[in-house]
Design a protein around this ligand. Structure first.
Ligand code: KG4
Ligand code: ZN
Length: 336
């Protein structure tokens, strides 16, 4: 079964073709980063307009690269939630139009679930497993019981992890989006140069939650106190110290979840899962099978949407034309 995936939840216009949920025939990702950079963040109105301008060409490129005809598409999967409403609407309407034109079913899938499904494109992983989703919009630790069944153990109560990386990068003047640059600079810095606070939320039901706004502010305050604004080494040291604190908080929660649930397989997804120190730290936890998608499948892409959509479509589950986008995460079970 060949599924066309469409991803427009934020600032990447992406279309992919995936066969039987496992073989990527093509995965085109057109990033709008250069347009949003001057605003130090994604501007929703601009993002949706760019999706409108780009989506047809991205679709044509995808078909061409895969070397198949549109008649060979068996179904369409589209990110329907969560995300920026206007951006999601562009992908969803494109999916509906194509579904009518080609006479094939379409299904709206969850972007967060798709991030946690991405490693299955490369490796067989049995459910249930612990899912760590860390992106620019979400941070969440969960028990993933099936492709459509997630029990959320905890989440960030304020800034998402990637958002904290991005805001620290802006404060240090190293540009947007900053996660990748902080990662690179941190590798040359001393992680013990600055002491930043861990936000420990260990109260009953909140024990899996985490918080990043305090850490972000601590970095900004210490920058003002100790950084002369010139020394390259200081920036590297701040990045390394911030990154160590941000990642250690996540790793601590993962270790806690392993202890409580007894699950020994961990799947990481989302843009921050590309982080070198996070990958190294999780890999060093003893007795665990840790899976990370390859770097290009960590950040937003339509291949993960197509692969997850295949799970629904092969079971005959499809969406109706009344489907509308939702900005928020849907249908996840809360930890009890
Ligand atoms: O999953 P994603 O592409 O988009 C969302 O769904 O949000 O994640 C983007 C986020 C950004 O905040 C970016 O700075 C961060 O992932 N990121 C990283 C790295 N690469 C991307 N953060 C830390 N280290 C990286 N290597
Ligand atoms: Zn994402």
């Amino acid at each position: 079964m060949t599924v066309l995936g469409i991803e427009t939840s934020c600032d990447e216009t992406s279309v992919a073709l995936v066969r039987d949920g496992r073989t990527i025939l093509s995965n085109i990702v057109a990033s709008q980063i250069d347009i949003h950079r001057e605003f130090d963040g994604v501007v929703p109105e601009i993002a949706s307009r760019m999706h409108v301008e780009w989506i047809r060409n991205v679709y044509v490129d995808c078909i061409r690269e895969a070397g198949i005809g549109a008649a060979e598409i068996d179904g369409i999967a589209v990110a329907a939630h969560p995300g920026l409403s206007g951006s999601l609407m562009v992908g969803l309407n494109f999916a509906k139009g194509l579904s009518l034109a080609l006479g094939v079913p379409f299904v709206g899938v969850d972007h967060v679930l798709a991030h946690l499904y991405a490693p299955l494109l490369e490796t067989e992983i049995a459910w249930p497993f612990l899912g760590l989703l860390v992106s620019g919009g979400h941070s969440m630790i969960s028990v993933v019981r099936a492709y459509d069944d997630v029990e959320v153990l905890g989440a960030s109560i304020d800034d998402a992890c990637g958002e904290a990386f991005d805001k620290v990068a802006i404060a240090l003047g190293i540009g947007y989006p900053g996660g990748k640059k902080v990662d690179e600079l941190a590798r040359r810095g001393n992680p013990s140069a600055f002491r930043f606070p861990h936000a420990n939320l260990y109260k009953s039901k909140r024990e899996y939650d985490f918080s990043y706004s305090g850490l972000k502010n601590a970095v900004i305050n210490q920058r003002d106190q100790f950084w002369d604004g010139v020394s390259e080494k200081s920036v590297e040291n701040i990045c390394a110290s911030f990154e160590k604190t941000a990642v250690d908080m996540l790793v601590k929660k993962v270790a806690l979840a392993v202890e409580h649930t007894g699950l020994r397989t961990v799947v990481a997804g989302g843009g921050v899962a590309a982080n070198f120190y996070l990958r190294k730290s999780l890999d060093s936890l003893e007795g665990l099978n840790v899976h990370f998608p390859r770097l290009s499948l960590c950040t937003d892409n339509a291949a993960m949407i197509a692969a997850l959509g295949w799970e629904y479509l092969r079971r005959g589950e499809k969406s109706g034309f009344r489907l509308v986008p939702q900005a928020r995460v849907l249908n996840f079970r809360a930890h009890s």
